[in-house]
Design a protein around this ligand. Structure first.
Ligand code: URA
Ligand code: SF4
Length: 209
């Protein structure tokens, strides 16, 4: 099965990775998407946030979490005391997967093949950033990092140790937007982000505290 490996430069910084990822043909998603949406944030960030894949607006603008889910995420991060500028924000899959309904492009869930194909990019990002904590936003990200058997519903907000970093999984901000009780879903989401923030009692660099 082809994957992104042969497109990932063996060394270099985040800008080199981002540049190389523009030309990735590691799976078929590049064919219909506008552009690769790579991770963004400080190379020395202690915290990484990982989503599923860019959405419609991210695909057009070329930046992660700038659409409706991103706006909710920004608000929740601020409420949890996390400065978005201090964290590295990326996605498990770096191209937008969608189906066309008339003029609209509707999000389609990435499959196992695409998630596995794109993993070398995330691994390369983590080799450079070397975070202490990775926050998985939603089950696609959580399964990509913690394995297929991981269940966000059972283990959200709990600290999980891996060899490279600690992990906390929570729901995807889009799921908060779609929740029947949005207020409750939003509070629970902020609560999970507070759990992440509490790993850094003296503050995150860039938070001013
Ligand atoms: N949803 C994601 O998972 N990532 C984005 O960048 C935007 C929406
Ligand atoms: Fe490459 Fe990932 Fe895009 Fe597939 S989704 S083409 S593996 S960057």
């Amino acid at each position: 099965m082809p994957d992104a490996t042969r497109y990932v430069p063996p060394d270099g910084d985040l800008d080199d990775l981002r540049e190389a990822a523009r030309g990735c043909h590691g799976c078929d998603l590049y064919r219909h998407a506008t552009q690769t949406v790579f991770g963004e944030g400080p190379a020395d960030a202690q915290v990484v946030l990982v989503g599923e894949q860019p959405g419609d607006q991210e695909d057009r603008e070329g930046h992660p979490f700038v659409g409706p889910a991103g706006r909710l995420l920004d608000r929740a991060l601020a409420e949890a005391g996390i400065d978005r500028d201090a964290v590295y924000v990326t996605n498990a899959v770096k191209h937008f997967k969608f189906v066309e309904r008339g003029k609209r492009r509707i999000h389609a869930q990435p499959g196992r093949t695409e998630i596995v194909a794109c993993a070398p990019w995330f691994e390369a990002e983590m080799r450079i950033v070397r975070p202490r904590l990775v926050v998985c936003l939603g089950s696609i990200a959580a399964k990509a990092i913690l394995g297929q058997s991981f269940r966000v519903t059972a283990q959200r907000g709990k600290l999980i140790s891996t060899e490279e970093y600690e992990v906390i999984a929570t729901v995807h901000p889009s799921a908060v937007l779609r929740a029947p009780d949005r207020t409750e879903a939003y509070s629970a989401f902020v609560e999970d982000l507070r759990a992440a923030r509490s790993m850094f009692p003296t503050g995150l660099p860039g938070t001013g505290g």
